[in-house]
Design a protein around this ligand. Structure first.
Ligand code: GRF
Length: 209
């Protein structure tokens, strides 16, 4: 007996050319919102695999709960980038799962030439600011330090620069008078969870047309 949800998921899997690999290092709330959007029929795609450079990252657990292949792939010997043997291992895993879009979701490493060339214009990232403002780390803190009144989040293609690739979706978040880094980041994440499925939907539609 196949229930309606499984049917919808199966049909989506057969129809869609979009096979998303999600790469993350942390709690994976953006990964969850992508999985949910697919399961709710809001995004015509499938999650091919979830990969993490942190062995016990919660993002891997989330994937396994949904029956999605989830693997730890080491980034060693580097701490902040994927290069050399680690890069080859990531490329191998992504090809094994036949991924055609790579969604970085809190993946704490810089993507270098080898991965960019293996998946040209196929790697996207979510960043917690309205790029090109506040690239790099802890952008919500940068926003507070500058006293900006509006910030937000951006889903963009990854290129060889730091958070410089072509923008796909942005959502604004007002900065409130009493905001701390934590409260601001929490409200940003609410918007991120709308922005990521929306951006992937745009990519899926482009690939289907
Ligand atoms: C998000 O805020 C994202 O913008 C940044 O890393 C965070 C990941 O959060 N790149 P989660 O692991 O998806 O909850």
């Amino acid at each position: 007996m196949v229930d309606e949800k499984t049917m919808t998921k199966k049909n989506n899997d057969q129809k869609t050319p979009l096979r998303i690999a999600i790469l993350g290092s942390g709690k994976g709330s953006n990964c969850q919102c992508i999985i949910d959007a697919i399961e709710n029929g809001m995004l015509n795609a499938s999650v091919a695999c979830v990969l993490s450079d942190i062995e016990d990252a919660f993002i891997l657990e989330r994937a396994r709960k949904h029956g999605i292949p989830a693997e730890y792939v080491s980034g060693a010997p580097f701490k902040t980038k994927i290069e050399g043997e680690a890069e080859q291992n990531y490329i191998k895993a992504l090809r094994k799962y036949n991924a055609n879009i790579i969604a970085l979701a809190g993946f704490m490493r810089i993507i270098k030439k080898g991965l960019l060339e293996a998946f040209p214009n196929r790697i996207v990232n979510i960043h917690p600011s309205l790029l090109p403002a506040f690239p790099g780390m802890e952008s919500w803190k940068q926003a507070l330090d500058h006293g900006v009144k509006i910030t937000g989040c951006t889903v963009h293609f990854v290129d060889k620069g730091m958070d410089t690739g072509r923008i796909i979706v942005q959502r604004a978040v007002p900065v409130l008078r009493n905001d701390t880094a934590e409260t601001l980041h929490a409200r940003m994440q609410t918007e991120e969870h709308k922005a990521y499925p929306e951006a992937l939907r745009i990519i899926a539609e482009q690939m289907e047309s």
